[in-house]
Design a binder for this molecule. Structure first.
Ligand code: PLP
Length: 389
C-alpha cells in the first residue's frame, strides 16, 4: 500500500455518543454523504447502525448501496431523485427530502401506490439558505396538501442553516424563528404522530441549543472534526471530539542533494543548503491538493517537515534534511498523529486554502481504507474486512 487511510470506527462511535449526549433529548441522524466524508459510508453505517436514529445521504444510489450492505437503519436522501430512480427509492424504504408539491411529489406518490407502499418523506423548508426548500410562507399550506396524500408518509419537517458556525448569529435566530412559524400550525398534530422537526447540522447542534429540536443531522462532528475554528473555541469545554481518520504514506525515495538544486516541475523550489529530499508516492490524483505546493507540512519520525516544490499528479516532495535517521520506507503522516505532533484535517486544508469538509470529500475512493474497531454484530463483522483492534 503506497498510501492508506486508517479509520477508527470506535472513535466515530464515541463522537456520536458525545455529541448525542450534548444534544439529547434530540435524536441523532448521522450524515454519511460523500462516502461518509471520505471515511467509507458502508463501514461507518455498519458501525453506527444501532447508535443513530437515521442516516442522511445525498443520492439514491448511496442509499441503495447501504441497503445492499445490510444497513436497516432509516435513511434520508437529501438530494434530487431522477424519475428513473423512484421505484428503487420506494423499494428500499428510504425517505426522501421533498421541497415542492409539484410533479416530483406526484410521481413519488404514484411510484409508492404502484408498489403498494407509502413513501416516507421529510419536507424541507427554506428559511434562508436559498437553496432547496419550500418557501417558509407557503409551507403551512404545502404541508397540509402533502400530508393529505395517503401515498406519502410524512416523517419529518426540516430546514438548513446558513450561518450557524458563527456565534450568536442574528441570521441563525431569524432562520429558526421562520422555521418555528412555518411549522407552528401543525406542530402539535405532527408531534403526536412522531413527525420529527430538525434543523441543526454539527455547528448548530453545538452552538444553538434551540436548534436541536427533535433531531440533529451531524456530519463533520461525527468524524471528530470541528465545523470551524469558532465552534472549536466555543464548544470544546462541553464537547470532546476525536478525529477518526489518519492519512499516511511512505517515503519512496530519500535523496541527498547539494545546495542550488531545483526540485520538481517549474523549478519552483531550489535548495538553499545541502538537503535531503523525501519523495512521496502520492499526488493530486491521490487527493493531495496541488495547492500544497510549497506550503503545508507533513510528519516524519515525529518531526514536522515542509512540503517543497510543486505537488505532481502522483508524487510530491518534502524536505527531510532535519529528520535524524530518515530512510526510504519511513511513514509520512499527512493527517493524524506521529509522536508528539498532530496535523488535523482542518490544518492541512487551511494550508491548501480550503476547509476540512472539501479535503475529506475529495479523498479518492481508491485510497485503501484500513478499519479499526466497530462493535457491529457478528453477522455484520463477518461480512466485512475489519481489522480487529
Ligand atoms: C451536509 C449536511 C448536513 C451535515 O453538515 P455538517 O456541518 O457536516 O454537520 C446536515 N444537513 C444537510 C441538509 C446537509 O446537506
Amino acid at each position: 500500500m503506497i498510501a492508506k487511510l486508517e479509520i477508527d470506527l470506535d472513535a466515530i462511535a464515541r463522537n456520536v455518543a458525545a455529541l448525542g449526549a450534548l444534544a439529547a433529548p434530540a435524536r441523532y441522524a448521522a450524515v454519511i454523504k460523500a462516502d461518509a466524508y471520505g471515511h467509507g459510508a458502508i463501514e461507518v453505517a455498519r458501525a453506527l447502525a444501532l447508535d443513530v436514529a437515521m442516516f442522511c445521504v445525498y443520492r439514491v444510489d448511496e442509499a441503495v448501496a447501504l441497503r445492499a450492505a445490510g444497513v436497516a437503519t432509516p435513511l434520508l436522501v437529501l438530494g434530487p431523485v431522477e424519475s428513473d430512480d423512484l421505484a428503487a427509492l420506494v423499494e428500499i424504504r428510504a425517505a426522501v427530502a421533498l421541497w415542492s408539491t409539484g410533479a416530483f411529489a406526484r410521481d413519488l406518490a404514484r411510484a409508492a401506490r404502484a408498489s403498494g407502499r407509502r413513501a416516507p418523506v421529510h419536507v424541507k423548508i427554506d428559511t434562508g439558505v436559498t437553496r432547496l426548500g419550500l418557501d417558509a410562507r407557503q409551507a403551512p399550506a404545502a404541508l397540509a396538501q402533502l400530508d393529505n396524500d395517503d401515498a406519502l408518509d410524512l416523517r419529518g419537517i426540516f430546514t438548513h442553516l446558513a450561518a450557524a458556525e458563527e456565534l450568536e448569529s442574528e441570521y441563525t435566530h431569524a432562520q429558526l424563528d421562520r422555521f418555528a412559524g412555518a411549522i407552528a400550525p401543525s406542530r402539535d398534530r405532527f408531534a403526536a404522530r412522531g413527525v420529527v422537526a430538525h434543523a441543526a447540522a454539527s455547528a448548530a447542534a453545538m452552538l444553538y441549543p434551540q436548534a436541536r429540536l427533535d433531531m440533529i443531522r451531524a456530519g463533520i462532528a461525527t468524524y471528530g472534526i470541528w465545523p470551524s475554528p469558532q465552534t472549536q473555541t466555543a464548544a470544546s469545554d462541553v464537547l470532546s471530539l476525536e478525529p477518526a481518520l489518519a492519512w499516511r504514506t511512505k517515503l519512496v525515495v530519500v535523496r541527498d542533494v547539494e545546495a542550488g538544486r531545483s526540485v520538481g516541475y517549474g523549478c519552483s523550489f531550489v535548495t538553499s543548503r545541502a538537503s535531503r529530499i523525501g519523495v512521496l508516492p502520492i499526488g493530486y490524483a491521490e487527493g493531495v491538493p496541488r495547492a500544497l505546493s510549497g506550503t503545508g507540512t507533513a510528519l516524519v519520525r515525529g518531526t514536522r517537515v515542509p512540503f517543497i516544490g510543486r505537488v505532481c499528479m502522483n508524487m510530491a516532495f518534502i524536505d527531510v534534511t532535519d529528520v535524524a535517521h530518515v530512510a526510504t520506507g519511513d511513514a509520512v503522516t499527512l493527517i493524524g498523529t506521529d509522536g508528539d505532533e498532530t496535523i488535523g484535517a482542518n490544518d492541512l486544508a487551511a494550508c491548501a486554502g480550503t476547509i476540512g469538509y472539501e479535503l475529506l470529500a475529495r479523498l479518492p475512493a481508491n485510497v485503501p481504507r484500513v478499519y479499526r474497531g466497530g462493535r457491529a454484530n457478528a453477522a455484520i463483522a463477518s461480512a466485512t474486512s475489519m481489522v480487529p483492534s
